[in-house]
Design a protein around this ligand. Structure first.
Ligand code: SAH
Length: 263
């Protein structure tokens, strides 16, 4: 089997396993909000997105039917022989701009196949900053589409008439919306019940603990090259450990992110 067909074979298998698991997960919950979260990612580089989705927590969420992620190749929504997705900017200037037609066609297709999404997110450095709160808000939806820009960006009509919101992963520019889309998927997936095995792990994360950074963690060995672990953690005294952790979290937040304490 060549690379490409092996990949698509693997993707189909994952999809099938996901569907079966989803059916199992949804049984008995008729009428209630269906379990799981549906995401469509539209990109000119599907392979860049598919790889990371096959590892770790997100991959497990997909295999368990809690996440249903489909990656759509933008070029499949072109109508010309050369499958052109970009064009020169009106008014001149460097670089190319993603054309509106394939992006609108992709969302039309998604709507036909999977119903209307609750949100169409355009990735863009000038969007709303992705935060804990934004990820949590998105996780309450059933179905989101994420559009990955490239080159100089995306025709403005996509932002105004197709996207329902615009999200940035931070104040820097990366070369495309693929990595931002993966960051969004991962951060949102952590809030979908069952995706992270131990829910208390998410509740204790940085930003979740009442806006505090996480406390320092240690594991064995207790003495590594003479570097020892704070004795309180070895004491077995749970109340003391909790107190120490809380103090550390506060101290770290004060030192590294005092702005979080003002909020
Ligand atoms: N010329 C644009 C940057 C284009 S970068 C500008 O100055 O705003 C190409 C694409 O990468 C963008 O369309 C967007 O989809 C994605 N991208 C780049 N940086 C990003 C960020 N910080 N957050 C989200 N998406 C980003």
């Amino acid at each position: 089997m060549d690379d490409a067909s092996e990949r698509s074979e693997r993707a189909t298998r994952t999809e099938r396993a996901g569907e079966a698991a989803r059916e199992r997960a949804c049984k008995g919950a008729r009428g209630a909000k269906p379990l799981g979260f549906t995401i469509d990612i539209v990109t000119i580089f599907p392979r860049m997105v598919e790889g990371p989705l096959q590892e770790g927590i997100v991959a497990r969420g997909i295999a368990n039917g809690l996440l249903d992620v489909r990656v759509r190749d933008l070029r499949e929504f072109t109508t010309d022989r050369h499958r052109v997705v970009d064009d020169m900017p009106f008014g001149g200037g460097p670089g190319m701009v993603l054309k509106p037609e394939p992006l609108f066609a992709a969302v039309d297709r998604i709507r036909e196949e999977r119903g209307a999404p609750n949100a169409v997110i355009l990735t863009s450095p000038d969007g709303e900053r992705l935060t804990h709160a934004v990820a949590k808000r998105l996780s309450a939806l059933d179905h989101v589409v994420i559009l990955c820009g490239r080159y100089e960006g995306v025709d403005e009509r996509v932002r105004e008439h197709l996207a329902t919101e615009t999200i940035s992963i931070g104040d820097y520019v990366v070369s495309g919306g693929e990595l931002p889309a993966l960051v969004i998927v991962d951060a949102v997936a952590r809030f979908i019940p069952g995706v992270v095995g131990d829910e208390s792990s998410v509740a204790g994360d940085t930003f979740a603990r009442g806006g505090l950074l996480d406390f320092p963690q240690y594991t064995r060995p207790a003495d590594f090259r003479g570097l020892t672990v704070p004795p309180v953690l070895l004491s077995g005294h749970h109340a003391e450990i909790e107190k120490w952790r809380r103090a550390q979290a506060l101290e770290r937040t004060r030192r590294h992110r005092p702005d979080l304490l003002d909020e």
